[in-house]
Ligand binder design. Sequence first.
Ligand code: HEC
Ligand code: HEC
Ligand code: HEC
Ligand code: HEC
Length: 495
Amino acid sequence: MNISRGMAIGYALIASVGLMSFPGLSFASDQMTAKEILQQNCVQCHRLEGKADSRFNLKAPDLIWAGSKYKRPWLISWLTGKEAPLYAKRYRWDLAEVPFKHPVVKESEANAIADYFAEHNKDPRVKVGAFDLSKVTKFEADFGAMAFKAHACLGCHTINEDGKVIGGPQSTALHASGQRYDQDWLFRFGLNPQDFVPHSGEFLADATEPQLRAVIGYLMTQGVNDFKYYEPWTSPEFGMASVSRGKVLYKEYCSQCHGATGKGDGPAASGLDPKPAIHANIPFEKLPMEYLYNVINHGGPAIGKSPNMPYWGLTIGQQGVADVIAYLKATFKGVPDGVKAAPTSGMPAKAAVIAAPVAVAAAATETSSGGGQSDACVQLRKTAKAPDSFLAMTNPLAASAEVIQAGKTLFQKSAKPAACAMCHGEKGDGKGIMGAALVPPPRNFTCNVMMKNIPDGQLFWIIKNGSSGTGMMSFAGLSDDKVWQLIQYIRSLAR
Ligand code: HEC
Ligand code: HEC
Ligand code: HEC
Ligand code: HEC
């Protein structure tokens, strides 16, 4: 369990005050049965039975379904006074109450109470196993985080994002949900909150069941630092993937855009902007499986790219996704280093053909600089111009060693949905393993003549929003600070 320093101090306070205000409790004899403890110390505030009722008629959250709602370690921890308050503005925020300290019991009493709940307060509406925690993918949880915001959940509940607690503290805190809730209870609650908390200011979201599952999956990761995500590409379907089945699928479902031989020239391609990726130029073996799986199973927007790249999961199923990936890996190996992104007069014929559209774009500017490899650094920028408010921005972070190092880590490894180096290259020269598949090609950050004329605010805007009509995806999920770190790193590459 991971708790922040601020919360730890909070616990200590509650625990000591709690003990002082309920001296009788801590002296309660171990012999005292859980039932007696509950009758004497809990029912004046909590209901243990009855029908769901409005928060405005209650003194404390209902414990009617307490045997299904909590993870046992959390319940023990709560009852022994080691947890932070759940309702920052108090459960009955409508009543002017003095700050409230929850009663505390001894560990043995807490265990007895947990046993009692498990025996007497199970909720028959909750189906055990309804939510399979071991199948939550990183993509699903990220999607759940988005849906949580899109459906106003953040308006009334707090969550933890990048180490910060955010959201409206009107209702219960959800930033340690993964430690606190039983997933099957949480899922049942989500199906119809009014079965539990009617007329309480609660909210019924218009979400499909897959969306609800994504939100629940996301909540179950809150407060759990080492959450073990499911990786679909480790499933049996991938173990028995077939290249020959994949080949058939490619013809049936991919070639109309990506072309029969992966050159990006299928019949639909002429009307698409950005163009379908040139698979023939991608060394698929080197791409992270997470990226490949997400773009094919969940579609372009799943990785910040064009919605014209469909989500194939429903159409071809998991076996189909596994098969077509096996086919991509067996068939397309990319082009040799050095001839990819910067077409020159001396390049081998094979690469010249594959990179033809790139050559056309690049030639337009290269004629002025002679067109040789050493001069080929300036690229034709058709990139949209950022709004003036962005162009006026300057990098608030100094080019310190730490800032540049942080930017480097994001660029080379950790940025999601994809590390920048995958396209822009480890050296930042635009020759990443995917660079040759993209028209127009990725920006060459080493080219000082070109880069020095592009303002910080322009770089910031493109990284946040992507460059529409190109392979440059949106990194909307990166905080402003991280984007500025990246920009300092990009600037350090120019020569
Ligand atoms: C003086 C009223 C009061 C008493 C007595 C009391 N509680 Fe509570 N309890 C509350 C309030 C209010 C909350 C909401 C806590 C918050 O705001 O952080 C709460 C929260 C809880 C929760 C978490 C509920 C949830 O799901 O949000 C549990 C479990 C709980 N109490 C159990 C007990 C038990 C067991 C006892 C008896 C040993 C007890 N409480 C005694 C008022 C009380
Ligand atoms: C308008 C405010 C509001 C919005 C929006 C809202 N909630 Fe709630 N939520 C509440 C209230 C009020 C309750 C029940 C009363 C309480 O706080 O105990 C509640 C209860 C819950 C609970 C059960 C808490 C517990 O421990 O008993 C969960 C889980 C929850 N909401 C999740 C969500 C999710 C997910 C969304 C978005 C789809 C959402 N809420 C949107 C106000 C809101
Ligand atoms: C309707 C047209 C269309 C079809 C059909 C299609 N794609 Fe795509 N695909 C695209 C477009 C457009 C892009 C480029 C998206 C971008 O760069 O924003 C793309 C990109 C990709 C990429 C990502 C490359 C990158 O730039 O990161 C992969 C991998 C891919 N497609 C695989 C497939 C597979 C496998 C199939 C068949 C199962 C398929 N596509 C079918 C249009 C299509
Ligand atoms: C899937 C490939 C891909 C990935 C991954 C990628 N880029 Fe790009 N990027 C491109 C392409 C293609 C262009 C050229 C777009 C254009 O011409 O407008 C580009 C252009 C840019 C530009 C140029 C903006 C301008 O105004 O000229 C910046 C800045 C940039 N990328 C930053 C990044 C950063 C930072 C990352 C990682 C967080 C990243 N890119 C990841 C493909 C990618």
